[in-house]
Design a protein around this ligand. Structure first.
Ligand code: KG4
Ligand code: ZN
Length: 341
C-alpha cells in the first residue's frame, strides 16, 4: 500500500562518498548530505579501498544524523530506508548496509536494497524542496550511464524495468578520464581536471580514435587512453613540453563524440521517447552541451550536484521499490558486482 507522502532515508557508501538524504515521493529532496573523501584519496591518484571503508565508518553516523536534522525529521518520521546494495567496493558498501540494517532493526521500518546505477538513473526525477518541479522523464527512455566504474546504455520501458543494451568492454568513461588525467599530471579526480584544462586547449590539435564498436551498443575506451599515452611518450622522447590543454581537449572530444553518437543512434533504433544522461561523467560540460544540442528528443541531465555520487538518488529509486512493496529482508548481502539487468 502506498503512502501519499512517503519519506525515504537513503544511504550511499559504494565508493568514496559517505552520503545520506531524505527524499519524499521519489522526487523532492528534503536533505542531501555528502561527505567526500576526495582529498584523502587524491594523494594516491585514485580510491584506496581500505581507507575508504574506514572513513565511511567514521562519517556514517554524523552524516545520517545531519540528513535527518536538515529535513527537520526524526528517524521515526521516515517510511523506509534505502541503501546502496551494489555495485561498488565491498568494504565500503558494508558500512552503509550495516547502518541501514541497524536503523531498520531498531525502528521496524522496511529496508530496500538499491542498485547504485539505478540510483543514478533516478537522479533525473529529483528536485530541491524549494524549487519548481520539472517534468519527470517519460518511458520508454534510454539512459546513458557514465561513471567512474560504468559506461552503459540502458533501456527502460517502465519504472524499475531495465534492459542493458551495452556496456564498456574495458575502461569506463570516468576511469578513462581519471587515467588520462594521471598521464597528463592533472589532479584526481580526472574528469573535472580534464574539463578545466580543455577550456584553454584546442580539441582539433590531436586526432584520437573514436571506437564506435559498430553492430553493438558496447563501448571501449582503452584505445583512446593508449593513444594519448603513445602521443605523450612520443612528445617526451622528442624532449618537447606537453601541450596538456590541447591533449586534454582532444581526448575529451574523442570520448564525448562516441558517447553522444552511440546514445543518439540507440535512441533512434529503439524509438525511445526521452533520454537520461547520469553518473559522474554527466557533469561534463562538453557532453551536456553536445547531447542537448544534437538530440531531437528531450534529454534529462541532473544538475551538477546530483551527477556525482549522492544518497538522494538512492532514496529516490528506493521510493519506486517502496510503493511496489519491494522490500529487502534484513539478511541481504552487499553485491559488489551487480549488473542492472
Ligand atoms: O558517479 P560517480 O561520482 O562515481 C561512480 O559511481 O563511479 O563518478 C565518478 C567519475 C570519476 O571518474 C570522475 O572523474 C568523473 O565521474 N567525473 C567527470 C566530471 N566530473 C566527475 N568526468 C568528466 N567530466 C566531469 N566534469
Ligand atoms: Zn556513481
Amino acid at each position: 500500500m502506498s503512502n501519499p507522502t512517503a519519506r525515504i532515508l537513503g544511504i550511499e557508501t559504494s565508493c568514496d562518498e559517505t552520503a545520506a538524504s531524505v527524499v519524499s515521493d521519489g522526487r523532492v529532496i528534503q536533505s542531501n548530505v555528502v561527505a567526500s573523501q576526495v582529498d584523502l584519496h587524491a594523494q594516491y591518484g585514485g580510491v584506496f579501498p581500505e581507507l575508504a571503508s574506514r572513513e565511511h565508518v567514521k562519517a556514517i553516523y554524523p552524516i545520517v544524523e545531519q540528513a535527518l536534522e536538515q529535513a527537520h525529521l526524526n528517524i521515526h518520521d521516515i517510511d523506509a530506508l534505502a541503501v546502496t546494495q551494489g555495485p561498488g567496493l565491498a568494504g565500503s558498501l558494508v558500512v552503509g548496509m550495516n547502518m541501514a540494517k541497524g536503523l531498520a532493526l531498531a525502528t521496524g521500518k522496511p529496508l530496500i536494497g538499491v542498485n547504485h546505477m539505478e540510483g543514478h538513473i533516478y537522479s533525473a526525477w529529483l528536485y530541491q524542496a524549494n524549487a519548481t518541479p520539472h517534468q519527470p522523464p517519460r518511458f520508454p527512455l534510454l539512459a546513458l550511464l557514465v561513471s567512474g566504474g560504468h559506461s552503459e546504455l540502458v533501456l527502460m520501458t517502465d519504472h524499475l524495468v531495465y534492459e542493458r543494451l551495452g556496456a564498456t568492454l574495458d575502461d569506463a568513461a570516468g576511469e578513462a578520464f581519471d587515467k588520462v588525467a594521471r598521464l597528463l599530471d592533472l589532479s584526481y579526480p580526472g574528469g573535472p581536471s580534464i574539463q578545466k584544462a580543455s577550456q584553454t586547449g584546442s580539441s582539433s590539435s590531436f586526432t584520437f580514435p573514436r571506437a564506435m564498436m559498430e553492430g553493438t551498443w558496447d563501448f571501449s575506451f582503452s584505445g583512446v587512453k593508449t593513444a594519448v599515452l603513445r602521443t605523450v611518450e612520443a612528445l617526451q622522447e622528442e624532449g618537447r613540453a606537453l601541450p596538456v590543454e590541447d591533449l586534454a581537449a582532444s581526448f575529451q572530444d574523442a570520448v564525448v563524440d562516441v558517447l553522444v553518437e552511440k546514445t543518439l543512434m540507440a535512441a533512434e533504433t529503439h524509438q525511445v521517447r526521452e533520454i537520461v544522461v547520469a553518473g559522474g561523467v554527466s557533469a561534463n560540460k562538453r557532453l551536456r552541451e553536445k547531447i542537448l544540442s544534437e538530440s531531437s528528443r528531450p534529454v534529462h541531465i541532473p544538475p551538477l550536484f546530483l551527477c556525482t555520487d549522492n544518497a538522494a538518488m538512492i532514496a529516490g529509486a528506493g521510493y519506486f521499490h517502496y510503493i511496489r512493496e519491494d522490500f529487502s529482508p534484513l539478511n541481504i548481502d552487499v553485491l559488489p558486482t551487480w549488473p542492472l539487468s
